[in-house]
Design a protein around this ligand. Structure first.
Ligand SMILES: [Fe+2]
Length: 488
């Protein structure tokens, strides 16, 4: 039967060269290891990448609209096994049956070829909770996966307890109580300003649900949790249902809208307890961490840019910044939760490099902490841009180094993986038997544009100058979003 569906991916940067969809499912045992992979590392690094199963039928689909393909790197006794499998979302399964793409534009159901009950691509984060993996996309409930086989168990509503139609891709685990602290925004459906905050006990039982209303229907991609407070940073990327109905974008940058931070008590709050603080129009990126000072004020560390990082969603006049001029910095807000709503004091820039994908030693999540780790772009390090430029593909912000910022000394050390390499998000692995913050390893997927394949670089945080082990994959993994380490 003849088909009018496209059989090849568009000739666009986000589908070309290193960004060409990978679409591999399977297992590769005993990956090549160079250097010294310590025997005390015993666990699995899970990460997920948007990886479209079929070419899109819509124009200029963004790179992160692809199906979630989950990679698992199982490390034991100095050996690594790689496994990869797509999340069987409703979208994936129905498109597989149809043999073509059925979903339309990013988060716009009015452009779909068929009606979906759940549009999740499950492509943003893969989180371990209560002995299962949750594959997350912030517009939908999670999909649950088996951590051993990567088989999809199905849409997961916590046995019907999930109160909202959405679930954040960045839930926080309290390292002491074991709670999962979560929220959904657009929690009553597309274009609704409702936020649903909920906490889940370590056994999977919901312990609190609280509904809030945001001052604007803006994207709340990440959030922050301390021992007693929860903070919701709202991006000035706003949703308008009427625009969506006309086939437009879900998001539009609003230069007039401030950066809002909503603050509520973590436990026992009422809807009326929320306070909305503001800062000038700017773009909040990922959270590093947050904690309470002795004076009761909240420290909130995150990436912040004065420009629209999501430049592919311009303002109403079509204006967006030149991507080469976008610079995100690790920034510290200090929020007094007892203060009246209003403008926040000027934040402090902790590191002025162009950075993102901040991670910490998560045993200190929500607590006073010292060490942060992140992706950094520093053109002075010697990346061979003429060599890699033509094969990078597009759509993903390039970062050429891993950085460690010591909040006590203010110093930053940098690991440069090579002249033809770029890095993806790192994860911190605590050293077995050590409870000291930052005593452990940093592991990150690295794109090698000379071999056009992927590598894992493992750093021992006691010596950030070089990789202790380099693990080679025989294939190329597309840019991912987030991942997590799960110890055995
Ligand atoms: Fe994210």
């Amino acid at each position: 039967m003849a088909s009018s569906a496209p059989q090849h991916f568009p000739d666009r940067p986000q589908f070309s060269d290193f960004m060409k969809p990978c679409r591999f499912e399977g297992e590769v045992r005993h990956l090549e290891v160079h250097g010294d992979l310590p025997n005390d590392i015993d666990g699995t690094f899970y990460r997920v990448m948007p990886d479209p199963q079929f070419p899109p039928f819509i124009e200029n689909d963004p790179w992160f609209n692809g199906d979630g393909n989950v990679s698992a790197f199982r490390i034991k006794n100095g050996s690594v096994t790689f496994q990869q499998k797509y999340v069987r979302t409703e979208k994936f399964v129905r498109e597989k049956e149809a043999g073509r793409a059925l979903i339309g534009k990013y988060r716009n159901k009015f452009t779909d070829a068929v009606e979906f009950a759940v549009r999740s691509t499950a492509n943003t984060n893969i989180v371990s909770f209560n002995n299962q993996l949750l594959a997350l996309k912030e517009d939908s409930p999670p999909y649950a996966m088996d951590p051993e086989t990567l088989e999809t168990k199905g849409l997961y509503t916590f046995d019907g307890q999930l109160p909202s139609v959405t679930f954040t891709a960045h839930p926080k685990t309290d390292p002491v109580t074991g709670e999962l602290i979560c929220f959904g925004y657009e929690a009553k459906g597309d274009g609704t300003p409702d936020i649903c905050y909920y906490t889940i006990g370590p056994g999977g039982d919901f312990t609190q649900t609280l509904w809030l209303v945001s001052p604007v229907c803006g994207m709340i991609h990440d959030f922050a949790v301390t021992q007693n407070w929860v903070l919701f940073p709202v991006m000035p990327q706003l949703c308008d249902l009427e625009r969506m109905k006309q086939g437009g974008e879900h998001w539009q940058w609003s230069p007039e809208t401030p950066f809002y931070i909503g603050v509520i008590p973590r436990y026992g709050a009422k809807s009326s307890d929320v306070k909305w603080f503001t800062y000038k129009n700017s773009f909040p990126g990922h959270t590093a961490n947050a904690y309470e000072q002795n004076d009761g004020k909240i420290v909130f560390d995150l990436g912040l840019s004065d420009k629209n990082v999501f430049y592919w969603w311009p303002d109403a006049q079509g204006n967006s910044p030149d991507p080469a001029t976008i610079h995100s910095q690790l920034t510290r807000f200090t929020v007094d939760p007892k203060a009246k709503e209003g403008s926040l004091p000027e934040p402090e820039v902790l590191h002025d490099g162009n950075s993102e994908f901040y991670r910490i030693d998560e045993r200190f999540s929500g607590r006073k902490y010292r060490h942060s780790y992140f992706d950094l772009m520093d053109p002075r390090l010697g990346t061979d841009f003429p060599a890699i430029g033509p094969v990078m593909g597009g759509g993903y912000p390039p970062y050429n180094a891993l950085a460690h910022h010591d909040g006590s000394t203010g110093e930053t050390e940098v690991y440069f993986p090579g002249r033809t390499h770029l890095v993806q998000e790192p994860v911190f692995i605590p050293r077995a038997g050590s409870a000291d913050e930052g005593d452990g390893y940093l592991l990150a997927l690295v794109n090698n544009y000379r071999t056009m394949s992927s590598e894992l670089h493992l750093l021992d945080c006691r010596d950030f100058s070089k990789a202790r082990a380099t693990i080679l994959l025989p294939i190329r993994l597309r840019a991912g979003l987030h991942g997590n380490w799960v110890a055995n």
